[in-house]
Ligand binder design. Structure first.
Ligand code: CDP
Length: 316
C-alpha cells in the first residue's frame, strides 16, 4: 500500500488527482453487455471498473425460500481476486456480505416487489478493478442493469460518497482519500429523493454531516442524469420516440400494476423440471437474501476445499 500523502489538497484547492473538492471522477456506462443476462451494465468510474448483471424475475428454488406476497431480491457484491493490489481471497467475506446486504436494501424502496410473488431477482455486481467507492459504483451499475432487465421500479437509484481530508469535505473519494482520510460517507438516493443507504466511517461535526448529505445528494442527481441519458441512448431507438426517459419506465410500472403482468414485461421464467430438481439441492451461500439471518459467522461454512488452507488475503 502506498504511504499517506502529506497533503490531500494543494494551495489551489485541488486534490491529488486534480479534482475540485466537489468534483466527481469521470463516469461512463454501457448497457446490455452480458447477452445471457436479462439486464446488464458495465460501469467505469475513475479507475473503478464494475460489471452488473441481473437475472429474473424467475421462479425461485428451493421453493421454501419463496415469498408468498413478493419477489425475493438477492444481491451479490464481489471483488475479483485481481481487482486490488493485494490478491483477495475468492468467495464471500465479512465485508462483501455486509456490502451485499446494504446494497440490496438500497433497492427495496424502488423495486415493485409485489408484482412477482414467489419469484427471485438476482443481482450480481462484480468489481473488476477497485479504486475506492466500489460499493457505490456497483449500486449505480446494478441500478442500470435492473432497468435494462425491464424490472418494474418506481425509479432509479444512484450512489456516491463524501469524505473528509485535510479538514475539508470532498466528493467521491479516490483510494488515497479513502484509505488515509478522516471519513467515508456513502449514500444512495432514489429518483424520488429518498435516501435508501447511509453508511459512515470516521467522524463529522453536525454541520459537516448536513453539508455531506447535500454534497451526496448533488452527486447522486448528476449520476441520475447520466443514468437516464444512458437509458435514453439504448432505448430511444427501440421505442422510437424522442421523449423516452425514466418517466416511461414509471408508466410501464403503472400498467404492469393495473394489468397484473403484461406479456412483454419481465415475467418470471418457468424453470425446467430437471433444473428445478438439481437446484433444490443447491443454494448459493454468497447471495444475500431478504429475511435470512446474516452475519452468523465471520466465514461461510462451505468454503471450496482448495481454498481451505489459504490465508485471509495473500499478496499476488
Ligand atoms: O470500495 P468501497 O469504498 O466501497 O469500500 P471500502 O471498504 O471503503 O474500500 C475502499 C477501497 O479499498 C476499495 O475500493 C479498494 O480499492 C481497497 N480495498 C482493498 O485494496 N482490499 C480490500 N480487501 C478491500 C478494499
Amino acid at each position: 500500500m502506498s504511504d499517506k500523502p502529506e497533503k490531500f489538497i494543494d494551495e489551489n484547492g485541488l486534490r491529488l488527482d486534480g479534482r475540485q473538492v466537489d468534483e466527481m471522477r469521470p463516469m461512463k456506462m454501457e448497457l446490455g453487455v452480458i447477452s445471457r443476462a436479462d439486464g446488464s451494465c458495465y460501469l467505469e468510474w475513475g479507475k473503478n471498473k464494475v460489471m452488473a448483471a441481473v437475472y429474473g424475475p424467475r421462479e425461485l428454488h428451493p421453493r421454501r425460500m419463496q415469498k408468498a406476497d413478493s419477489v425475493l431480491i438477492r444481491y451479490r457484491y464481489n471483488m475479483a481476486a485481481f481487482s486490488v493490489e493485494d490478491r483477495i481471497r475468492p468467495g464471500p467475506n465479512r465485508r462483501s456480505i455486509e456490502i451485499s446486504k446494504v446494497s440490496r436494501e438500497a433497492f427495496e424502496p424502488v423495486v415493485l416487489t409485489h408484482l412477482y410473488p414467489g419469484a427471485v431477482i438476482d443481482v450480481f455486481a462484480e468489481v473488476l478493478q477497485a479504486d475506492a467507492g466500489t460499493r457505490t459504483a456497483a449500486i449505480n451499475a446494478a441500478s442500470m442493469a435492473l432497468a435494462d432487465a425491464g424490472i418494474p421500479m418506481k425509479g432509479l437509484v444512484a450512489a456516491c460518497a463524501v469524505g473528509k481530508v485535510d479538514g475539508q469535505l470532498v466528493l467521491d473519494l479516490n483510494k488515497a482519500e479513502d484509505n488515509f482520510g478522516d471519513a467515508d460517507f456513502p449514500m444512495t438516493f432514489t429518483q424520488d429523493g429518498e435516501v435508501s443507504l447511509v453508511q459512515m466511517d470516521g467522524n463529522f461535526t453536525q454541520e459537516e454531516f448536513k453539508q455531506a448529505v447535500e454534497m451526496c445528494k448533488e452527486g447522486c442527481q448528476k449520476i441520475l442524469g447520466m443514468q437516464q441519458e444512458a437509458l435514453r441512448n439504448k432505448f430511444a431507438g427501440e421505442l422510437s420516440t424522442d421523449e423516452v426517459d425514466v418517466e416511461l419506465i414509471e408508466e410501464d410500472v403503472v400498467e404492469a400494476e393495473s394489468d397484473d403482468v403484461d406479456e412483454g414485461a419481465a415475467e418470471p421464467e418457468e424453470v425446467d423440471e430437471d433444473v428445478e430438481e438439481s437446484q433444490d439441492d443447491v443454494e448459493d451461500d454468497s447471495m444475500i437474501k431478504a429475511d435470512e439471518p446474516e452475519f452468523e459467522e465471520d466465514e461461510p461454512e462451505d468454503e471450496p476445499e482448495s481454498e481451505e488452507d489459504e490465508p485471509e488475503e495473500e499478496t499476488a
